[in-house]
Design a protein around this ligand. Sequence first.
Ligand SMILES: [Zn+2]
Length: 331
Amino acid sequence: MRKTEPGWEPAELPLPCLADYVAERGPGTPEGGMLARRLEGLDDEQGARVPEGLPPVVDAHVHLFPDQVTDRLWAWFEEHGWPIRYRMSAPRVVEFLLSRGVSHVVGLVYAHRAGMADALNAYVAAIAGKDPRVTGLATVLPGEEGATTILEAGFDMGLRGVKFHAHVQCVAADDARLDDVYALCSERGLPVVFHAGREPKSPAYRCDPWQLCSADRVERVLRRFPTLKLVVPHLGADELSAYRMLLGHYDNLWLDTTMAIAGYLPGADAEPLTSYRPERLIYGSDFPNLPYAWDRELGIARDAGLDEQALTAFLGGNARALFGIAEQQVA
Ligand SMILES: [Zn+2]
């Protein structure tokens, strides 16, 4: 469970266990959550290409929903979240990123009700099947009938992991209904990407993310399933320091930085990227559901003070190792 890589020194680690960790609102996190009020978009300038001088970029957090789901998702965001700057269908999303110099895309979907996972999985698998530079992940609604069978069918179609979203699916990371899925993914060596952080919370969700999500619930999963590869997006916002500590302690945890380094979400200013365990940090964008320029966080990553090795790992190497993305799959 301890870190194994040489050259990385845990700064301050008052663990072994986060069970006593007292959850506090992040600095400036508004009462009622980051989405207590709808946020404004940024009119920041976008680049034509991946910023000059960056190592190969794997965008490990891209949404590839079918149009009819996308339409409803965007309507929700426009009312409760933020304005969507890039309104394009999933095939166009892939083309947009790859044509601008992104080397590989990891596509995510999630089912918000029972019975829709098969169709979503088939949709992502079809897109990934057309281009080796796309890796698709499967979805299932936790607790729905035949959940592991649905996922196995997805894996048979070439999908390379599972995405869960606590807020949308109303499920906690340590919910017993997920045990079979965790066991299956451990056995197959396939990662689970789980939006298990409490933010961005919206009062418009059917459940309260602050009731469902906490870093110590995630720690329970890491302990119970030591060979499960678990990725928590958004640096675990807004429990940033708790997740940074977990990252130092558990070899089966990764964090993606999606939207968390943009300086956009209220109260979620990330700690310096140099303070994170470098081989467990993954870049992702949340494209196309963005209120700001598609390359905003790439510019910030470039200027984050990471050395070349750490930057190369963060922007692509770590994701390639985690999702099993081969040399010939990066453009
Ligand atoms: Zn996302």
